[in-house]
Design a protein around this ligand. Structure first.
Ligand code: NAP
Length: 301
């Protein structure tokens, strides 16, 4: 590549994995947190791109609080619509290809099978609407773009379902989990691999562009996801809390969520030659990475 991969939103769960993986591979990479560069500020973004002269720009920044977005739609739109529009416009004017990350919540969840890229977007929440509008801005403003739509991200860092379940399972004897929302749990590390595969191709081939779905291999319910986490956690803690089944309609949250979030990643696999590990494998790895150090400390003391 002719310059580094420049990652905005580098303190987020995906952003930090991209920077760490690229660095581990010996690739030139620079990560900018919100404190380094606010993506809604065109001058800041332009200066960052002039200073780093990247081969590819990646947007890992976003407003991701699905429920809070219902009461602060302008703040969500600034990060999820204005920010991607600024990045896309600056990338277009400087000739830098742009990778943007989007999500399953752009769909309404009514489809009976996995979503493909040509399915119509029909968001049912403020967050989903801002993500769909952000995608539209990227498509309109930057010809050399790849939009990666992903789903149910988890990893070692940040706010995510796996870490919440691990915490709750350590404290409670029973957890209530939704059985009728289906999706593809996706490890942040797999998204980092996918982004590097896209970056390689974008930096060398002029014709790559468009929307691609990329998610963990396999689908499950929130209940199934939690069951796998709890089972893996029990290896370390010996505790197995009961998992009660509830319906999404009984789950008291501000934002509506799509029931079917399953994404079909076959177009991505065909274009970029990479598919994520089966989601259960990554759950085992992440739970072990979270809990093994504490266990080792306990044994040693
Ligand atoms: N989380 C999921 O389950 C999920 C599922 C599907 C798709 N996605 C998408 O995947 C992408 C990555 O998500 P993630 O879970 O890694 O998000 P995350 O952990 O919430 O990180 C987002 C990062 O963006 C930063 N940010 C927010 N506004 C910014 C701004 N104006 N300028 C610069 N940085 C800003 C945040 O900084 P602060 O911490 O300072 O706010 C945070 O570090 C997002 O596009 C998200 O919509 C997420």
């Amino acid at each position: 590549m002719s310059g580094p991969i420049l990652v905005f939103g580098a303190r987020g769960q995906v952003g930090r994995e991209i920077v760490a993986l690229a660095a581990a591979r010996g690739l030139a990479v620079a990560g900018l947190s919100r404190a380094d560069a606010d993506i809604t500020n065109e001058t800041t973004v332009r200066v960052a791109i002039e200073v780093h002269r990247p081969a590819v720009v990646v947007n890992g920044a976003a407003y991701t609080s699905v429920d809070r977005a219902e009461r602060e739609p302008e703040i969500a739109a600034a990060a999820n619509v204005t920010g991607p529009a600024v990045l896309a416009a600056v990338c277009a004017s400087t000739g830098v290809p742009f990778i943007h990350i989007s999500c399953d919540y752009v769909f309404n969840g009514a489809k009976k099978s996995a979503y493909v890229e040509s399915d119509r977007v029909a968001p049912i929440s403020v967050y989903g609407r801002t993500k769909a509008e952000g995608e539209a801005k990227v498509r309109e403003l930057c010809p050399r773009h790849v939009i990666l739509r992903t789903s149910w991200i988890y990893g070692l860092h940040g706010q995510n379902f796996l870490r919440n379940v691990v915490k709750l399972a350590a404290e409670r004897d029973e957890l209530r989990m939704v059985v009728d929302q289906i999706g593809c749990p996706t490890a942040a590390i797999d998204i980092a691999e996918a982004v590097l595969a896209v970056a390689r191709k974008l930096a060398t081939e002029a014709k790559v562009s468009g929307i691609f779905h990329f998610a963990g291999t396999g689908a499950t319910s929130r209940h199934g996801f939690a069951a796998e986490i709890v089972q893996r956690q029990a290896i370390f803690t010996g505790r197995t809390p009961k998992l009660a089944e509830i319906k999404m309609a009984e789950y008291p949250v501000a934002a509506k969520r799509p029931l079917n979030c399953e994404l079909d990643s076959s177009r991505f696999r065909a274009a970029f030659g990479y598919s994520a590990a089966p989601w259960q494998h990554r759950v085992a790895e992440v739970v072990a990475a979270l809990l093994a150090p504490a266990m080792a400390k306990k044994v040693a003391s």
